[in-house]
Design a protein around this ligand. Structure first.
Ligand code: ATP
Ligand code: BTN
Length: 254
């Protein structure tokens, strides 16, 4: 496959880079189109939650990809963006965030970034994927357990530079999506980066709550929780909230 040609469109302000790029994807835009905004008036998180960031305090970007993937491999698209953002931050400032399944980047339990992947049906062939990422660089919301790069490292990163390096890293991982060995390599990198594994967690689903120790992520990206009932596999789409439980909570339960 030819290397991807990223085409970055810059905006001072947008409602949401994801919303803009979903519209472009519907209109047939090519893989590699990227939107970056200094500010979003209606930044979105999963399940229509809001993503808040003051102007120029964060990397706010969305990337259009058109990989050919089975439905069970689609979670890998969120994974490659999370892993590329992580690698970019290591290169730029030595900060190595953990990946909190399913879609957060965290440092010491505090949210540094979040990813929102949206699938857009195509007239023929596989759906397009718009992957949005928000990374807090110099500010974070006071009312949420969150952090930013200045707070962690004292370094002030420019969103444009972070995006450049993120896209360099993403080019490598995007190529891996096209082969089964490549996809296995992404799965391995994801497992190594997931802070959730080995932790006792509580997963709120729409209808109930499941607790257990997160023992693995299966090949379809579902988290496997082990508890007294055995092993429960939870797909990303079922999760309203995932919280890590304090270690003594596991001991209390045993
Ligand atoms: P979970 O409960 O599984 O951890 P979550 O609370 O992280 O999920 P998401 O849907 O993944 O929820 O992310 C959206 C949430 O991120 C919002 O509910 C909001 O609390 C929080 N949030 C909004 N803006 C920011 C920001 N700039 N930095 C960190 N967190 C933010
Ligand atoms: C989450 O944690 O739920 C995901 C947050 C994703 C936020 C980013 S910011 C850039 C892009 N545009 C949006 O409206 N959302 C994503």
């Amino acid at each position: 496959m030819e290397p991807i040609r990223w085409q970055v469109q810059e905006f001072e302000s947008l409602d949401s880079t994801n919303t803009w790029l979903v519209d472009q994807a519907r209109a047939g835009a090519a893989e590699g189109l990227v939107a970056r905004a200094d500010f979003q008036t209606s930044g979105r998180g999963r399940l229509d939650r809001r993503w808040e960031a003051p102007a120029r305090s964060a990397l706010l970007t969305s990337i259009l990809l058109r990989p050919t993937l089975d439905e069970s491999d689609r979670f890998l698209v969120t994974a490659i963006v999370a892993l590329s953002a992580r690698a970019a931050l290591v290169r730029l400032c030595g900060v190595r965030p953990d990946v909190k399944w399913p879609n957060d980047l965290i440092v010491r339990e505090q949210k540094l970034g979040g990813i929102l992947a949206e699938f857009v049906p195509a007239t023929s062939g596989p759906p397009a994927v718009v992957v949005g990422i928000g990374l807090n660089l110099s500010s974070h919301p006071a009312q949420v357990a969150s952090t930013d790069i200045v707070e962690i490292s004292g370094l002030r990163l420019d969103p444009v530079t972070v995006l450049d390096i993120l896209l360099e890293e993403l080019e490598i991982r995007r190529a891996l999506l096209d082969s089964s060995e490549g996809r296995s390599e992404i799965r391995r990198e994801l497992r190594r980066s997931l802070v959730t594994l080995g932790r006792a967690v509580r997963v709120e689903r729409v209808t109930d709550v499941v607790e257990g120790v997160a023992v693995d992520v299966d090949d379809a990206g579902r988290i496997l929780l082990e508890n007294d009932d055995g092993v429960v596999a939870i797909p990303v789409g079922d999760v309203v909230h995932l919280r890590t439980l304090a270690l003594h909570a596991v001991e209390d339960a045993s």
